[in-house]
Structures are given as structure tokens and as C-alpha cells.
Design a protein around this ligand. Structure first.
Ligand code: SAM
Length: 164
């Protein structure tokens, strides 16, 4: 068993069968500087290195308008996580909390989310600063930052009061 698959004290595993995944569709791949978890930040930081979202060219036109936003939400599939822990001991000190009280990558459906700064878009490649996932992590979705409905420019058609 790999080191990061071993249980820590007080950690418990759910008695569940193999995952019956919903039919998610990966829309691309994330390129980051990190291939090892020990080097990977625990959360995205605005002062981290630039990372690239390599969107499948089939979705290029789906990016139209995204350049108007300063910040975007990125959703990704933390594909190298185990998925069966009910409780976890993040600091490996015997203290445990429930999986759903953590932002740990270890969860039944290992979806990661980050609100990141949009640096630029060239074709179907989006540069952001920064992310917290391993190089090659599958990309699930991209959304404009919903909380601050503040595109840098007015939408190409419609107005801020009456968006399309
Ligand atoms: N920002 C996301 C969130 O809050 O939903 C993810 C936070 S999670 C704590 C980030 C950690 O997940 C990284 O530090 C790394 O240890 C781990 N990780 C990153 N990419 C991963 C991948 N592809 N598979 C499994 N674990 C990954």
C-alpha cells in the first residue's frame, strides 16, 4: 500500500463497493509545476506560480466572454485520492474530524474547487494564478466568479442590469 493510502490513528473507512461514477466529462487537463503532493500547496494562492488550464479545443468557443472576468472558479477531479474515508486526521496527531468538515482531497467524489485570478486566454489555453493541484489533474468545469458579478468590461451584448 502506498504511504498516502495508509490509515492514521482513529481514521475509519466506509464499507462501500467500488465507485459508481456519474458520467462526468473532463473538459481538459491542468498543468501545474507540481508532480508530488509534498510540494503541492494545500490551497490556491494569488501569489503562487502561473498554471495553465488546457481546455479541449472542442470547447474553445465555450470560453467566449470569460476574458471579461478577473477571477474564475475552477473545478477539477483530484484523481489520485482515495475515496473511502469517513473520518480523517489531517495532522496525523490522533485528532479526527469528518470528511465533510474538511477540504481534503480525500472524499467520496474528489472534486476540488478554487477561486483564482485569470491572467489570460490564448486559444483554448487559460493561464491562472495559482492552483493547488498536481500536474495532469483532469479539469471538470470553469465558471466566472459569481460572488463578485464584476466583469472588467460590460458584456458584449446586454447590460449589467439586464444581462442576457
Ligand atoms: N482547493 C481545493 C478545494 O478546496 O476543494 C483542493 C484543496 S486540497 C487540500 C489540495 C491538495 O490536494 C493538495 O495539496 C494535494 O495534496 C492534493 N492534490 C492535488 N492534486 C491532486 C490530485 N490530482 N489527486 C489527489 N490529490 C491531489
Amino acid at each position: 500500500m502506498q504511504e498516502d493510502q495508509k490509515l492514521r490513528s482513529n481514521e475509519r473507512v466506509a464499507e462501500i463497493g467500488p465507485a459508481d461514477d456519474a458520467s462526468l466529462r473532463f473538459i481538459g487537463t491542468i498543468r501545474t509545476p507540481w508532480s508530488d503532493r509534498k510540494d503541492c500547496p494545500r490551497q490556491a494562492r494569488d501569489d503562487g506560480p502561473e498554471c495553465q488550464l488546457i481546455v479541449d479545443p472542442a470547447w474553445k468557443d465555450a470560453l467566449d466572454g470569460l476574458e471579461d472576468y478577473d477571477r474564475i472558479e475552477v473545478l477539477y477531479w483530484l484523481d489520485r485520492s482515495r475515496r473511502d474515508l469517513i473520518t480523517q486526521s489531517p495532522r496525523n496527531d490522533g485528532r479526527t474530524v469528518g470528511t465533510f468538515a474538511l477540504r481534503s482531497p480525500v472524499r467520496p467524489n474528489p472534486i476540488g474547487t478554487s477561486n483564482v485570478r485569470l491572467v489570460g486566454i490564448e486559444g483554448s489555453v487559460i493561464t491562472v494564478r495559482s492552483l493547488d493541484c498536481l500536474d495532469g489533474t483532469p479539469l471538470l468545469d470553469i465558471k466566472p466568479d459569481r460572488c463578485a458579478y464584476s466583469p472588467k468590461a460590460l458584456p458584449k451584448t446586454g447590460t449589467l442590469d439586464q444581462p442576457l
